[in-house]
Write a protein that binds this ligand. Structure first.
Ligand SMILES: [Zn+2]
Length: 745
């Protein structure tokens, strides 16, 4: 063999070994980051999962490298993504919970760095918690988020707004087509495995197993579609692909159903996979703890770009390439959710290659190698190891906590409010002092029992048993007055009863309860304020409600829910120009915002602007948005305009929002369908109505009308006769029968 041929053979062998044709220089690589929400590593085949097939992820693992023990730094979506995108710990970037914190503009993100390096940037997220405004949009030229198109149940429901991985892909694919010729950074977020577990059908993939497992399988299939698209666009092998879970899911382990309250492996152990033919070795497994803080530094390293100066994670490249990076492999995590929402102790943890220490009122130590399910707490018997890991955790907390990162957080009370609460006797009382003296002493291991009681109360409230719900939360609050979630449920139950004076009282008490907790950062203070404003509105105390709305907007000008509430109040009190101005800002930000569209509908109604009102009614139907009263009114407007398809859509939306269908709405839907020529749909509606009202002659009469329209005289005659037998005085049925007999004697 000549030297040249030998060299070529060696090159071919090398190429075969890394599973690629040619090596792409770092300066030509694109980056695709896929984050899988709520995804446990142990559900993925490549990580030892056996529950469901995950062929797409398994293939990425074969063609690339996986970190077998990747750990989420916080089991909450927004904080974890903030960590992935900055390479920094939650206590450092300051984004420590969903909804109430935002990633601040002064934090430098991977997208900003890659954008500055000339890559086109696009992000497509699957859930409201990552919507524009929460800060993860920094650096992305395209940021495609979730339309807030619901009114159902008010503001709380916005957090449920999400879309499927197929819906996300449908938005991503045109972007890939448009950017295939350029270098790009694409971030795709799939939210599906988050509860509730209800995966859509997926052609070509049989979904089996529990609801959660089926979601994992569904997302795997959708990831396959994304990779096929990248392949078809000719960019897949030029791309560094990184797939990471943001956190896992407890699935009932240790008493937790979902995630956020505990730091056990079910919620922290996430998949992390990298693939870049020619750069990232195929089939390699990095063992030992790896953090999600390492994701951004690793991506920058593989692209040959300098690290983010404030990143706390490190590139995994040395470990992937089998070179020791000289650092002790540790992973850390925190969760403030137990304290912020339930008044329990917060948690933090550190783990090395084998042992895991959880700081709590009763600290825990687990041998992850011998006891991966964390069933046997060794803290009492391994006090020396506890001491070492506790000291290491102390060092981590001291080294990462950034007080200034919290300065952007909201205050709990302003001086006016404090004076008012004090004058009303809410501050300085024993109830609050008693609460504070117990601050943070409840171990989440014990507190988790409160969640079951709270869930039971909420179920009662949802089932219409406000009194039962109230009794349940009162019992809970007697043992833990700092359970803020219980306080919120108490206020809701009192509104539902209704007992508005006591609801007002409970809201003020809730506000007072969070006031002494300087570190609670107003988590539920604003929620209590929002509910208090709702109570004021219901009591007709518009001036008080308005003051609260303005205060909430001053705290958070991006809170569209509050802005819309204020718009409605201004509309009701005749201040239409200001209402219009505020609404314009909200709709410019999110044109599909259902609450805002509904508010615009009522503003135009108040103005008597029939043309604009009709257009907004159509927009409500198209956005599939609005509360039932608005939708019914919009349906009437659309019927008047002869737009029966949209009229019917409005009624269907109303029915989708009501647990027990209202027969009037079912009938209105049937008529809209009939007038729109949708005879099958009309027949379904009237059949339902006939079952709901078996003695009512009208639904059967309309079923006869449908049969007649179809030219089925025999069926029409039978139905009209049946209608007449239900009510012999029902003239329309008698007349229809006569007409039929006249037409066909
Ligand atoms: Zn998440």
């Amino acid at each position: 063999m000549s030297g040249r041929i030998a060299r070529r053979a060696a090159a071919l062998l090398l190429a075969a070994a890394c599973g690629c044709g040619r090596s792409i220089p770092p300066s030509e690589r694109s980056v695709v980051l896929v984050t899988l929400d709520t995804t446990r590593a142990d559900r993925i085949g490549a990580f030892g999962g056996r529950a469901v097939p995950t062929p797409v992820l398994d293939r990425i693992a074969r063609e690339g490298t996986i970190a077998a023990e990747a750990t989420s730094q916080v089991p909450l979506t927004l904080p974890s993504h903030a960590t992935i995108l900055t390479g920094r710990y939650p206590s450092s970037h300051g984004t420590r919970h969903n909804g109430i914190y935002r990633l601040r503009p002064e934090e430098e993100t991977l997208a900003e760095r890659l954008s500055a390096a000339g890559l086109a940037t696009g992000a497509f997220v699957g859930a409201y918690v990552l919507n524009r405004g929460f800060g993860t949009e920094q650096g992305f030229a395209t940021y495609d988020d979730v339309a807030v198109d619901r009114f159902e149940g008010g503001r709380d429901q916005i957090f449920e707004a999400q879309r499927t991985a197929d819906d996300v892909n449908a938005r991503v694919f045109p972007w890939i087509d448009a950017h295939a010729g350029k270098r790009f950074f694409l971030w795709v977020h799939y939210y599906d495995p988050h509860d509730p577990y209800a995966p859509p059908e997926k052609p070509g993939r049989t979904l089996a197993g529990s609801g959660y497992d089926r979601e994992i399988s569904y997302v795997d299939a959708c990831l396959g579609d994304l990779l096929a698209k990248l392949r078809a666009a000719g960019v897949y092998d030029r791309t560094l692909l990184v797939v990471a879970g943001d956190h896992g899911e407890s699935l009932g382990e240790h008493g937790e159903k979902t995630h956020g309250l505990f730091l056990y492996q079910g919620a922290l152990h996430v998949p992390l996979l990298l693939r870049a033919p020619g750069s990232v070795p195929a089939g390699r497994v990095v063992s030992g703890p790896v953090e999600l803080t390492d994701v951004a530094p690793t991506i920058l390293d593989y692209l040959g770009l300098p690290a983010l100066p404030r990143a706390q994670g490190k590139s995994l490249r040395p470990r992937i390439e089998g070179r020791d990076d000289g650092r002790a492999a540790l992973a850390h995590a925190e969760t403030l959710m137990p304290r912020l929402e339930f008044g329990w102790s917060e948690l933090s943890m550190v783990r090395d290659g084998r042992f895991k220490y959880i700081r709590a009122p009763r600290p825990e130590l687990y041998d992850l190698r011998a006891d991966p399910g964390e069933r046997s707490d060794l803290a009492a018997v391994e006090s020396e190891r506890v001491g070492e890991l506790a000291a290491s955790l102390d060092g981590w907390i001291a080294g990462t906590a950034d007080e200034s990162a919290d300065t952007a957080s909201r205050r709990t009370l302003d001086p006016d409010e404090e004076a008012r609460l004090r004058s009303l006797g809410y501050l300085g009382g024993d109830a609050v002092h008693g609460a504070v003296s117990r601050a943070g002493t409840i171990d989440p291991k014990d507190g988790i029992r409160e969640v079951r009681a709270l869930d039971a109360a909420r179920d009662k409230l949802a089932a219409g048993d406000a009194a039962g719900a109230l009794a349940g939360v009162r019992e809970l609050l007697a043992s833990n007055p700092r359970n803020h979630q219980a306080r919120i449920t108490e206020i809701l139950a009192l509104i539902e009863l209704p007992d508005l004076p006591r609801a007002e009282d409970a809201a003020l008490a809730a506000l007072a309860a969070v006031a002494p907790e300087e570190d609670a950062r107003g988590v539920l203070a604003d929620k209590a304020r929002g509910l208090l404003a709702s109570v004021f509105r219901l009591e007709g105390k518009n001036a008080e409600a308005e003051a609260l709305y303005r205060k909430l907007l001053a705290h958070d000008p991006m809170d569209d829910g509050v802005a819309v509430d204020l718009v409605r109040l201004l509309t009701d009190t005749g201040r239409l120009d200001e209402a219009d101005r505020i609404l314009g800002t909200v709709l410019a930000r999110s044109p599909q915002n259902g609450m805002a569209l509904a508010a615009r509908f009522w503003l135009e109604t108040r103005r008597g602007d029939a043309t604009a009102r009709a257009a907004t009614a159509a927009a409500l139907a198209d956005a599939r948005a609005g509360d039932p009263p608005t939708l019914v009114e919009a349906a009437k407007v659309l019927a008047h305009a002869g737009d029966h398809a949209r009229e019917a859509a409005c009624y269907e939306l109303v029915l989708a929002q009501t647990p027990r269908p209202d027969p009037e709405i079912v009938g209105a839907l049937g008529l809209a369908r009939m007038r729109g020529g949708e005879l099958d749909a009309a027949e379904r509606a009237f059949t339902t109505l006939a079952e709901m009202r078996p003695t009512d002659p009208r639904p059967v009469f309309f079923l006869g009308t449908i049969a007649r329209k179809r030219g089925d005289a025999a069926s029409a005659r039978a139905r009209f006769a049946r209608s007449l037998s239900l009510d012999p005085t029902f003239a329309k049925a008698a007349e229809a029968l006569r007409e039929l007999d006249g037409a066909h004697p």
